[in-house]
Design a binder for this molecule. Sequence first.
Ligand code: AHR
Length: 503
Amino acid sequence: MKASVVANKEFTISKIDDRLYGAFLEHLGRAIYEGIYEPDHPTADENGMRGDVAKLVKDLNVPVVRYPGGNFVSAYDWEDGIGPREDRPVRLDLAWHTSESNQVGIHEFADWCASVGTEMMLAVNLGSRGVDDARNFLEYVNHPGGSYWSDMRIANGRKEPWNVKLWCLGNEMDGPWQVGHKTADEYGALAANTARAMRMFDRSLELIACGSSNADMPTYPDWERVVLEHTYEHVDYISLHMYFANPEKNTGNFLTLAEKLDTYIETVASTIKQVKAKKRSKRDVYICFDEWNVWYHSKEQDRKILEGNSGWPFAPGLLEDIYNFEDVLMVGLILNTFIRRSDVVKIACIAQLVNVIAPIMTEKGGPAWAQTIYYPYYFASIFGRGTALDLQVKSPTYDGKHAEKAPYVDVAGVHNEEEGTISFFLVNRSGNEEAEVELSLQGFGAGQVIDHQVMTHNNLEAVNSARNQDEVKPRKGEGAAVNGDVLSVKLPPYSYQMVRVKV
Ligand code: AHR
């Protein structure tokens, strides 16, 4: 099979916001406890944070991490996580039917973020609480001192405010599973009032209203319209979530979920435009895709705990999807979609970061390792910064469950002008045929391949594990070359590749 791509320096989509490669950590399962925090672990630092996990996170150069939930946040009292650890209460977490020890709270999380070089993105509880909780938490986190909450932060050991810019106004409020679930009108009114109060404190905050939990919600896409009609002048982003599953084990169909994602983004972008026009507004609202990943491998094994048949365990293994090689292709396609939609999707968070539907796994007292999906996320985060190119792609197509005429060859390209590089991320969705791809590079001058990484495997179900951490890993590619202004590359069946060209 042959495919062709035109990349022209002048045809661009948008400057990519670095925060497109963000992540998410929730008080859920072993994400925090035994994930980032394990005081008895041989690699733990003086704060009890695992050094091996911190290293894997640092390598990803994660720009921002959303915290503390997720469904968890909708019944969370952030005050439980401050002050001396021995005085912190144990609470029942209704979202995941577990017990929360509160040994990690905002101080510990903030210190961890600083240690791994990432920014915080905090969610306020608009489920069981509201405006008051949000304004108090904001004062605690961002006010320099001289007020009740800021002085309490100082007394608890943190003199400087953290100056967190990004705030999520609740989580998945369209979901009946959410504590404090609301209609679009109820939530829109609350989100607008909360945003108003938060802006009275600091007009420069970046605020995110909840959009739909997924594109199959019965309230989608009217939810976005109604919420934005309430909040358009007060927020900067509307959030979207989507999880990708292949329970039928049909790879071709699974991989066309990328087209469903694309349509989801396009639809909400249109809704934003519609509300903007209706409001005669001058400002822009963008999409913050703050939960995305493959999630289905662990559903059956979690049933007992989630249905409440295991009591209220502390930090049990939950949502521990073990990712396979097929998921590498899906995650590559998702990231390519975000790059191509970077004009409207400014922030995105892989959900989640450690142990819970995560690229990084840990064993209690044992190793931490990279799951298969770590690698496409790594390549996009490290090399996908710059300007997204508006590529013209011609590829043979196929019809799948979620899309007709899905191109077998999926490509995204990022031009980094400062470095003088173009990074191409390519996925071959054909399981039968190699793809010979010719990319015509227009207006960039002479080019030379400086890096070529390939992920392929003869078993779509191959996984990495604590004892076999390198089963699915990138290897150096061969044969990609620039002749004149044409980059030629061959994609084996079912493969993910990154090719970087110095221009
Ligand atoms: O990421 C896991 C859960 O998925 C989050 O808590 C929730 O927001 C979503 O339903």
